[in-house]
Design a protein around this ligand. Sequence first.
Ligand code: ADP
Length: 260
Amino acid sequence: MKPLIVKLGGSVITDKRRPFTVRRATLTRLARELAAAKGPLVVVHGGGSFGHPVASKYRIAEGYKNKGQLMGLSLTHRAMERLNAHVIEALQKAGLPAIAVQPSACAVVSGGRIQSMELAPIKKLLGLGLVPVLYGDAVPDLRSGMSILSGDQIVAYLARELNAFRVILGVDVDGVYTANPKKDKRAKLVRKITPVDKELTSLDVAGVKDVTGGMRSKVKELISLAMHGVEAEIVNATKPGVIRKAIQGKRGLGTVIVRR
Ligand code: ADP
């Protein structure tokens, strides 16, 4: 059976303004909503206020430059493990048999991109009825020494390789807007994005002129995924019930990204 892949954004499950702060109530609620999944489920989460501050302090994303970064890699990974432990516990309390899968130990990354990943254990876990939980991680990088592997890239990779039937990305806004809704009051929600060309250069054509930072890379990952025939939707996971409805099959709650 094809799995459903749900990502919980770091900005949803943590308070990005305060280092190492979990949004406990939100996480508990989301875990209950995830329990609505009927078939095989993979959960991926972001770093929020756990991974990001440490990773940027040690410039992990810039690659290996000095020995001091080794402790940085170690600390970034540990920070993500701590957040992951909160997520796993919340899922277990909601009745889901969740199990952590460490991306830095199973993904082969080069130049920031996943080249391959050991999928046999993940497939077996899914077959047994367990819920693999992956996360953005600081990883060894064959080319640059070390890099940051985003949860979004993991989602797109797994969705392709596991032939997911659908991907749901939970963020802290209603979807993809014509501009950053937190900065531009005139920003309008874009209901649907389709890949217009293989180069992925024309986010503009989709009517999205100003997608920055995290949202930009999400849209890029999901457009390339849509070209492989996997549909995705970016929804607001901070609003109670939205993730549950999306899991139950409702479409059009946020921004749908499909082949056509
Ligand atoms: P997460 O950490 O949850 O994975 P990010 O914080 O990296 O997510 O990305 C989501 C953020 O992207 C939103 O909170 C929003 O401020 C920002 N953003 C920038 N451009 C856009 C846009 N065009 N539409 C929607 N959000 C955008």
